[in-house]
Design a protein around this ligand. Structure first.
Ligand code: IFM
Length: 437
C-alpha cells in the first residue's frame, strides 16, 4: 500500500468561531462562562485567539504550512444578534474572512452551527422549541443569500449528538439540563434544522456541497464474551452513531427519535458528503444500576494509551468508521480528528497513525476527499477551558513539532516512513471516565 494520498485531497485544520474568535458576547456560552464552576480553572473564552481580528495573518500561516483548505464556523449570534435582525457588519466581516481564505489558497468549509446559540434564541427555549428548526433555517437562508458565492462546502450542524448529550442530558454545557426528554427533543429538532438548512442552501446555491459534521465514537464491549456488554455497545452505537445518519439518509426520524418529537419529514439523502469527527472509542461494561447512562459504564483498562483528557488513542477506530461510512457511497471528509496533548509527545504518532488508517480505508474503497485536523492552535475547549491543548500550534502561534510534521504531510501529500514514537509520557493520572464528545 502506498502512503501517497489522491490528487486534489483537501488538507486543512478546523476551528469553531467561539473557540477562536474572541469577544463573542452575544451567545449563550459567553453568559455560561461567567458563572463560577462551569469551566475548568474558572477560564472564560475572553479574547480566545483574537482570530476575529488576526484571521488574515493566521490564514497566511496555514498557507505557509502547506494547507489547502480550512474549516471554520460562522457565529450565528454575530450575524443575527436579534430575531430577524441581521448585522451587515458581521456579514461583511465574514465575506472578508472567506475572501482571505481564497486569497491564501485555502478552500473554505463553512459550519453554520457549532454549539453556540444567540442569546435571544436561547431565551426562547433554543432547540427545545418547535420553532427552532425554522428559525435556524431563516438564518441559514440569509447567510447563503449573502455569502453563497464565497464557499462551496457547507456544514449545517456540528456534532448534534454531542450537543444534545452535553447540554441537555449530562448538563455540563448551557443550558445545563439533565433530561432525556429534553435531549431527545433537541436532537430531533437539530435533525429537522439540518433538513431545512439543506433545502435552503440547495435552493440558493445548487452547486454547493452540503453535509453535517457527525461525531462518531466507537463503542466496543469491554468484555467481548459478555452478552450484555455487547448489547450495550449495540444500543450506544444505534443511539449515538447510526440514528442521525439514518434520519439523514431516509428523511424520517428513527423510532427512538420519534418518541420525543412527533412527525416531521425531510428530504431523502440530505447530504452530499459525510463529515466525520473521529477522536476515540469507548469500551462499555453493562451496569444495570446506571440508568442515566443507558445501563452502561465506560471503562478504560490500565495501560491503554490515553490523551490528556483520558480519551483512548485508537487509530484503528478511524479505519473501522470509514469502512462503515463507505457503504453510503458518498464522498467523505474527516472534518475533525485530533488529540489533547499539551507537551506534543503523543500528537506526531497520533497524526500519522490516524492518517495511515484513512489511507488504508481509501485503498479499500472509502471515498475520503479531505482531512481537517482539530486544530491549528490551542483554543477554548468548552468546559475544559484552556487546559486541554489540541493545537498543532500554541495560542501564540508557536509551531509544535507535530505542526511541522503535518506541514510536511500536506506539502508532499504523503506520510513519512517512520514517526518518532511517543516520548516522555507525563505522570499517569488516575483514569477519568471520558466525556461523550
Ligand atoms: O473542540 C471540540 C470541537 O468544538 C468539537 N469536536 C471535538 C473538539 C475537541 O473536543
Amino acid at each position: 500500500m502506498t502512503d501517497q494520498f489522491p490528487q486534489g485531497f483537501l488538507w486543512g485544520t478546523a476551528t469553531a468561531a467561539h473557540q477562536v474568535e474572541g469577544d463573542n458576547r452575544l451567545n449563550d456560552w459567553w453568559a455560561w462562562e461567567q458563572v463560577p464552576g462551569h469551566i475548568r480553572n474558572g477560564d472564560r473564552s475572553g479574547d480566545a485567539n483574537d482570530h476575529y481580528r488576526r484571521f488574515d495573518a493566521d490564514f497566511a500561516l496555514l498557507e505557509q504550512l502547506g494547507q489547502n483548505a480550512h474549516r471554520l464556523s460562522l457565529e450565528w449570534s454575530r450575524i443575527e444578534p436579534g430575531p430577524g435582525q441581521f448585522s451587515a457588519e458581521a456579514i461583511a466581516h465574514y465575506r472578508q474572512v472567506l475572501a482571505s481564505l481564497r486569497a491564501h489558497g485555502l478552500e473554505p468549509m463553512v459550519t453554520l452551527h457549532h454549539f453556540t446559540n444567540p442569546v435571544w434564541f436561547a431565551q426562547q427555549a433554543a432547540w427545545e422549541s418547535p420553532d427552532a428548526p425554522a428559525q435556524f433555517a431563516r438564518y441559514v437562508g440569509r447567510v447563503v443569500d449573502e455569502l453563497g458565492d464565497a464557499a462551496r462546502f457547507w456544514i449545517t450542524i456540528n456534532e448534534p449528538t454531542v450537543f444534545a448529550y452535553q447540554s441537555y442530558l449530562k448538563g455540563d454545557w448551557p443550558p445545563g439540563y439533565r433530561s432525556l426528554t429534553a435531549a431527545g427533543r433537541v436532537l430531533g429538532n437539530l435533525i429537522r434544522g439540518h433538513w431545512l438548512a439543506f433545502e435552503q442552501i440547495k435552493a440558493r446555491a445548487p452547486h454547493s456541497q452540503v453535509g453535517l459534521a457527525h461525531h462518531v465514537r466507537l463503542f466496543d464491549p469491554d468484555r467481548w464474551w459478555a452478552p450484555f456488554d455487547r448489547l450495550a455497545a449495540v444500543v450506544y452505537n444505534r443511539l449515538f452513531n447510526l440514528g442521525v445518519l439514518r434520519a439523514l439518509e431516509t428523511g424520517r426520524l428513527t423510532w427512538f427519535q420519534r418518541r420525543f418529537i412527533s412527525g416531521g419529514q425531510g428530504p431523502r439523502r440530505s447530504q452530499d458528503f459525510l463529515g466525520l469527527n473521529y477522536y476515540t472509542r469507548d469500551r462499555l461494561r453493562f451496569s444495570p444500576r446506571n440508568r442515566a447512562e443507558f445501563f452502561a459504564t465506560r471503562v478504560i483498562p490500565a495501560g491503554v494509551p490515553r490523551s490528556d483528557l483520558g480519551w483512548e488513542i485508537y487509530p484503528e477506530g478511524m479505519y473501522r468508521t470509514l469502512r462503515g461510512f463507505a457503504e453510503a457511497r458518498l464522498p467523505i471528509y474527516v472534518t475533525e480528528n485530533g488529540v489533547a496533548d499539551a507537551d506534543d509527545h503523543l500528537r506526531p504518532a497520533y497524526l500519522v497513525d490516524h492518517l495511515r488508517a484513512v489511507r488504508r480505508a481509501i485503498t479499500e474503497g472509502a471515498q475520503v476527499r479531505g482531512y481537517f485536523h482539530w486544530t491549528c492552535f490551542d483554543n477554548f475547549e468548552w468546559g475544559e477551558g484552556y487546559a486541554a491543548k489540541f493545537g498543532l500550534m500554541d495560542r501564540d502561534r508557536r509551531i509544535r513539532p507535530s505542526g511541522r510534521l503535518y506541514a510536511e504531510i500536506c506539502q508532499t501529500g504523503s506520510l513519512p516512513a517512520s514517526v518518532p514514537p511517543p516520548t516522555a509520557p507525563p505522570e499517569p493520572e488516575p483514569p477519568r471516565a471520558p466525556e461523550l464528545r
